[in-house]
Write a protein that binds this ligand. Structure first.
Ligand code: AMP
Length: 304
């Protein structure tokens, strides 16, 4: 089955303590769509300006990413710039230029409306809801969000949550939205706001997954070299949604556990190079190899 992915498509400028690159492909939907495409066909929804490279459309074609839902309009593509501190965990946004994104109103092509799996990658919750309004009863809806929307669009976010099966957010956002310090309490509390499942990302410390009476915790893949953490969260969400769409028709907690590991594997590859460079050359064999390593590393009862 396919997965519909909506979110931002951007040209990013990223600075780390050792390197700086400008006008790289970025945006929540770009990362999520590429990650999902390893497991299932993707229907992409977004907006770009006249400065957006045609070569990216050609690349999407090679990856079963349908870009009919990407609006091309006159003007400049959304631009974002960020700078990382030496630990590569702390990031400061240097600038955000909405450009054509400012008047974005997602409009789904007819062929998109019956898609069974949906990933609402990080964009304003009102736009995420607007996409759902145009869909014919999807089987499973995953959504990502960020601190900006918790702070500036809380009403819209609260209205979206009951329409979402899986909410993905990071630890500081989970604490911010619930005002809880304990992530366990926060995860349970967020479930009461609507989503059936909640995934809390803890960066290099892994992720937590909450269901009604179910709980799962996993570590992150141990990496020696991180070059650019941008998009790791979007890639994680894309890997989860793509894996589910590509492998199951009804989602159970056991599927979500595996999906979380695939999401973590994809995110671990993402940060190994700037922008989407590592994901562009990645193979399914490499993904499955790292998945197996994850399995081995998580076992704690090993026969001698
Ligand atoms: P992450 O590293 O997961 O936080 O995602 C980084 C990506 O989010 C970058 O490629 C940016 O282009 C994109 N981005 C930054 N700010 C926003 C925003 N306000 N809305 C949507 N996408 C954004």
């Amino acid at each position: 089955m396919s997965v519909l992915v909506v979110g931002s498509i951007a040209l990013d400028t990223v600075k780390t303590p050792v390197e700086e690159h400008s006008d790289l492909l970025g945006g929540s939907a770009s990362y999520a769509a590429l990650a999902a495409s390893f497991f299932s066909p993707v229907k992409l929804v977004g907006i770009v300006g006249s400065d957006f490279p045609e070569s990216e459309f050609d690349f999407w074609k090679t990856r079963k990413i349908d870009s009919e839902g990407v609006q091309r309009v006159n003007g400049k593509t959304f631009r974002w710039s960020g700078e990382y501190a030496w630990d590569l965990n702390t990031r400061e946004t240097r600038s955000t230029a909405l450009n054509v994104f400012e008047h974005f109103k997602p409009k789904l092509p007819g062929s998109y409306r019956k898609t069974d799996f949906v990933l609402l990658a990080n964009i304003a919750p009102s736009l995420q809801s607007h996409v759902l309004d145009q869909m014919e009863r999807p089987r499973f809806v995953a959504a990502d969000t960020m601190d900006l929307w918790i702070e500036t669009a809380r009403k819209d976010l609260d209205a979206l949550l009951p329409r979402v099966d899986l909410l993905i957010l990071n630890d500081s956002e989970a604490r911010e939205i619930t005002k809880e310090t304990s992530l366990i309490k926060a995860g349970r509390q967020i479930r009461k706001m609507g989503p059936r499942y909640v995934a809390i990302k803890k960066g290099e410390h892994g992720a937590l997954l909450f269901g009604e009476d179910e709980f799962f915790s996993c570590g992150a893949y141990p990496l020696e070299d991180i070059h650019d953490p941008t998009g790791a969260g979007d890639t994680f969400a894309g890997g989860i949604a793509g894996y589910l769409a590509g492998t199951v028709s009804t989602v159970h907690f056991t599927d979500l556990r595996k999906a979380i590991i695939y999401g973590s594997v994809l995110a671990s590859f993402c940060v190994e190079a700037f922008s989407m460079e590592r994901l562009r050359t990645l193979s399914l064999e490499e993904i499955n190899e790292r998945y197996e390593m994850f399995k081995l590393m998580s076992q704690f009862e090993v026969s001698a």
